[in-house]
Design a protein around this ligand. Structure first.
Ligand code: SF4
Ligand code: SF4
Length: 172
């Protein structure tokens, strides 16, 4: 059994309450989600996944959990540790847009408050400064670049307010 690398709980020996049809319906509306029933569990996606030894649930198992309406799938490492390499999507013999489904799952998980703290900090930084990461002048000095230019964040904030970036958790 692979040791879990992420910060979410282990699923070893866990019994799930399955068949929450509402959840499966919601997932089927995500990009790629309409093809969930085409998955025949060949595991070709997991065989090529570069983070397969770092997660507590493999990507082909994620696909089955979605079909069975197991909401705990949002708490699996795979949702956030997926590197978006698209290998699974390229390999799937059924042409399922697996990586795109994972993007949708990230959004669903974030709204429910299931996300690494770093993402919350990145969102705050984007809102406050217009940047995901604040470059420092000493780093730029080393590269002989000009000082960090000032950003007018008013327009960015207006845009992010319209997108309700800071209220995502309240949407559902
Ligand atoms: S490769 Fe496609 S069909 Fe095979 S287990 Fe993964 S999602 Fe299912
Ligand atoms: S896109 Fe994500 S789930 Fe798919 S193979 Fe790459 S890391 Fe694994």
């Amino acid at each position: 059994m692979t040791e879990s690398w992420g910060q979410f709980k282990s699923f070893d020996g866990k019994k799930f309450k399955a068949l929450e049809a509402d959840f499966t319906n919601k997932v089927s509306k995500l990009i790629g989600g309409q093809d969930l029933t085409a998955c025949f569990q060949c595991a070709k996606c997991s065989a090529g996944c570069p983070v397969s030894d770092k997660v507590n649930i493999q990507i082909h198992e994620v696909m089955r959990m979605l079909l069975f309406g197991i909401k705990e799938v949002l708490e699996t490492d795979m949702v956030w540790l997926c590197s978006t390499c698209y290998t699974c999507q390229e390999r799937c013999p059924q042409g399922i847009d697996i990586t795109d489904i994972l993007f949708g799952l990230k959004n669903m998980a974030f709204r429910k408050g299931i996300r690494p703290s770093g993402y919350v900090g990145a969102r705050q930084s984007l809102y406050d400064t217009g940047r995901l990461y604040e470059p420092t002048d000493w780093e730029r000095d080393d590269l002989e670049l000009d000082p960090v230019p000032e950003l007018n964040t008013a327009d960015t904030k207006k845009l992010l307010d319209k997108m309700k970036l800071m209220q995502l958790e309240e949407e559902e």
